[in-house]
Design a protein around this ligand. Structure first.
Ligand SMILES: Cc1cc2nc3c(=O)[nH]c(=O)nc-3n(C[C@H](O)[C@H](O)[C@H](O)COP(=O)(O)OP(=O)(O)OC[C@H]3O[C@@H](n4cnc5c(N)ncnc54)[C@H](O)[C@@H]3O)c2cc1C
Length: 586
């Protein structure tokens, strides 16, 4: 093995007690935070149940993030066939690799640390969720962080030091990163810290790593707390259902341990659901909390008619495929990764290409079509020094879910070539989808339908995103330094349209847009009179008592960035809310 700091072995198979004060469901991003913080109260007995096992060794190495996404640390989910998007993907669908196992999605994500914009959280509060405005959540972002990025006069007040989650500036990059930042300057954009004062601009990346090793939520929050006698962590425990007393109070959690016979633990205070935006609504539905009609159809007894459970699914749509060929030696290639000296350097000094998520170089945020506030980005651009055909169609094409015939026709001219891609992502899509049950069997995957591009406004915004990408990729910074040349072959499926017009790019968007793997919003936090709300601003589930949700499901609207930092913040805030509600002084 090449790393010394392997992920923690949590598969200790502990003897469980019959009852706990709190049962946290899901040892992923938010769940790791909640469980570790609740266990700080010595008199509380806390149980964490996680369906998967410990994270596998390769998850520790940032450059292997593609392998981590493709391996044993994920659910074998797919997006339901899309009516309005993904036309060049097999069956208009694609794999949806959400994290399974300790750390959840934080063990397989790309580690970029972007919290989202001040206005995202002010908007949550504006929608009626008191206590979730930026001013109220910033202390939790800071509390979580141990920041080793660049501190300037402009950003010091926004960062935290000494928290559990290590954040470091990316230490390795290709010339594509310099070209990106120069290209931004050429277009009049500053270089910024996206978690600092302003988010409009260009940035190299801050990563959730510690000395070049992935700093997942379970590594940063649970590993240091493993000695606590009042915290039991039970892996390979797949939660199937929450049980209630006659007053709709949650009293127990049922689960399949190592796939064997169902067991139940009792809970004297609360169940906290942190199973992520796909599985949290699934568990609620299986427990009879959801829309009456859906539950009736599957023969599930209705404990509470809460139609918002599983609705309001949001995910950031991203356009994939915009690629530039570049001079050899300027971008990423797979040979770099298997050079023995590279391995040795990483093992000894934790430096070099392996410290960096494969191909990630930087991001940019713009507010091209803003209507509300020019400081609130509507598009995020991720620049990769790699492209989908880098492995000559060996694996990446299937991981992304491209239809094979299309892939060969469009991408084969790029086989064996170095290049970079710019992927525009819509920060606040208008489209809404859903998570529904496919069956009352808790081991069956739910139906995940993000309903991408069902709003035509999303298409228009992504066309703007493509145009900006072309402007950027064709700046002299990219052309002169890298000899960048856009792969301008007409896209299969859109060849009949005049190349480069709005209709052509609109067609490109519908054929090439897919997920950023950022599901959220399926147990929306909302005011009591919103019929589609699921949890209150104290994260309590409607219609029942003693259940809260703490994960990406509660987000009423997506933040303008990745979701990881926001899920950590939600976990931190949830723990304080719970402590406060139970009268714990902290
Ligand atoms: C491939 C990928 C790349 C990403 N890249 C980035 C990035 O670079 N930056 C960023 O900010 N965000 C990124 N994200 C998004 C971000 O990581 C996630 O949105 C966030 O971590 C989700 O946190 P969560 O707590 O809601 O759920 P998760 O972290 O997914 O945790 C849910 C946990 O619950 C467990 N669980 C589910 N069902 C059950 C059950 N029935 N019983 C017991 N346990 C159960 C799961 O196994 C999992 O461990 C990425 C996501 C993915 C998937």
């Amino acid at each position: 093995t090449i790393v010394t700091d392997l992920p923690m072995d949590f598969d200790t198979d502990p003897q469980l007690q019959a009852a706990y004060d709190f049962v946290v469901v899901g040892g992923g991003t938010s769940g790791s935070v909640v469980a570790s913080r609740l266990a700080e109260v010595p008199s509380w007995r806390v149980l964490l149940l996680e369906s998967g096992g410990s994270a596998t060794p390769e998850t520790a190495v940032p450059a292997f993030s593609l392998l981590a996404m493709d391996g044993d640390n994920k659910w074998d989910y797919r997006v339901a066939p899309q009516a309005h998007a993904q036309y060049n993907f097999k069956g208009h669908s694609s794999p949806y690799p959400l994290g399974k196992g300790m750390g959840g999605s934080s063990s397989i994500n790309l580690m970029t640390h972007v919290r989202g914009n001040k206005r995202d959280y002010d908007n949550w509060a504006h929608l009626g969720n008191l206590g979730w405005d930026y001013h109220s959540v910033l202390p939790y972002f800071r509390k979580s962080e141990d920041f080793h990025g660049k501190v300037t006069n402009d950003n010091s007040e926004f960062h935290g030091f000494g928290g559990p989650l290590s954040v470091e500036a990316q230490s390795w990059s290709t010339p594509v990163q310099d070209a990106l930042l120069d290209g931004g300057r050429e277009l009049g954009y500053p270089v910024i810290d996206p978690n600092g004062y302003s988010q409009i601009g260009f940035s190299a990346l801050d990563l959730t790593t510690h000395r070049g090793i992935r700093s997942s939520a379970s590594e940063s929050y649970l590993r240091p707390n493993i000695y606590r006698k009042n915290l039991d962590i039970c892996t390979h425990a797949h939660v199937t259902k929450i049980t209630f007393d006659d007053y709709n109070r949650a009293v127990g959690v049922r689960f399949l341990r190592k796939g064997e016979k169902e067991q139940e633990v009792f809970v004297s205070r609360e169940v906290i659901l942190s199973a992520g935006a796909v599985n949290t609504p699934q568990i609620l539905l299986l427990s009879g909390i959801g829309g009456r009609h859906q539950l009736h159809k599957l023969g599930i007894f209705v404990n509470a008619d809460v139609p918002g459970v599983g609705a309001n699914l949001q995910d950031h749509p991203t356009v994939y495929g915009l690629t530039w060929k570049i001079k050899r030696g300027m971008g990423q290639n797979l040979i770099n990764m298997v050079d023995p000296s590279v391995f040795a350097d990483y093992r000894l000094h934790k430096r070099g290409v392996l410290t960096s998520p494969f191909g990630l170089e930087g991001k940019a945020w713009t507010s091209l079509g803003y209507t509300v506030d020019p400081a609130w980005p509507d598009l995020e651009f991720t620049v990769f020094s790699a492209h989908p055909a880098l492995d000559n169609g060996f694996r990446i094409a299937d991981m992304m879910g491209f239809e094979r015939k299309f892939f060969g026709r469009y991408f084969s001219p790029l086989f064996g070539r170095e290049g970079f891609t710019i992927a525009p992502m819509l920060t606040r899509p208008k489209s809404r989808g859903s998570v529904t049950l496919s069956s009352s069997d808790p081991t069956e995957p739910p139906i995940i339908d993000p309903n991408f591009l069902s709003s035509s406004e999303d298409v228009d915004s992504l066309i703007d995103g493509i145009k900006f990408s072309l402007l950027l990729g064709n700046t002299s910074s990219f052309r002169d330094a890298l000899e960048a040349e856009f792969h301008d072959q007409a896209l299969p499926g859109c060849e009949d349209l005049p190349y480069g017009g709005d209709a052509y790019w609109g067609c490109y968007v519908r054929h090439m847009t897919a997920s950023s793997y950022h599901p959220a919003g399926t147990c929306k936090m909302a005011v009591a009179h919103d019929p589609m709300g699921v949890v209150s601003n104290r994260l309590k589930v409607r219609g029942v008592s003693s259940i809260r949700v703490a994960d990406a499901s509660v987000m009423p609207v997506l933040p303008s960035g990745g979701l990881h930092a926001a899920c950590i913040m939600i976990g931190e805030k949830a723990a304080d809310i719970i402590k406060e509600d139970w009268g714990v002084i902290f």
